[in-house]
Design a protein around this ligand. Sequence first.
Ligand code: HEC
Length: 108
Amino acid sequence: MTRILPSLLAALMCWTTNAASEAPIPPQRQAEIIYLLKHDCGSCHGMRLEGGLGPALTPDRFQLWSTQVLALTILTGRPGTPMPPWRPFLSEREALWLAGQLKQGIRP
Ligand code: HEC
């Protein structure tokens, strides 16, 4: 693990730099992602994201999380738990945008 960690970090940094340089998410797509947040994430994390089967997705809980780590958690899920990977439904750029919204405290 210690030997592959540097290359993993390098890949992650490269990924976030590329993602950040792309254009912003169009408003129509933002609305679709908020809809997904309410209906899909909300089914496990609570309609108001205050917790359910999964923990609350409120900004107080993510203060110490970087946007990148939060986006990566959303994209890959948590293997071995009910938290599914959202990579089929969200691009990396969209996951970064959603992570930023969660850190700011979005209410779907
Ligand atoms: C089928 C149920 C389910 C759905 C749907 C779901 N999650 Fe989760 N999620 C979980 C569970 C359960 C955990 C806790 C996993 C664990 O034990 O580490 C979790 C963990 C997380 C975490 C890590 C939180 C922490 O404090 O460790 C984030 C972030 C997250 N989910 C975001 C999302 C987002 C965003 C969506 C929608 C795109 C979503 N989840 C949809 C069940 C779900």
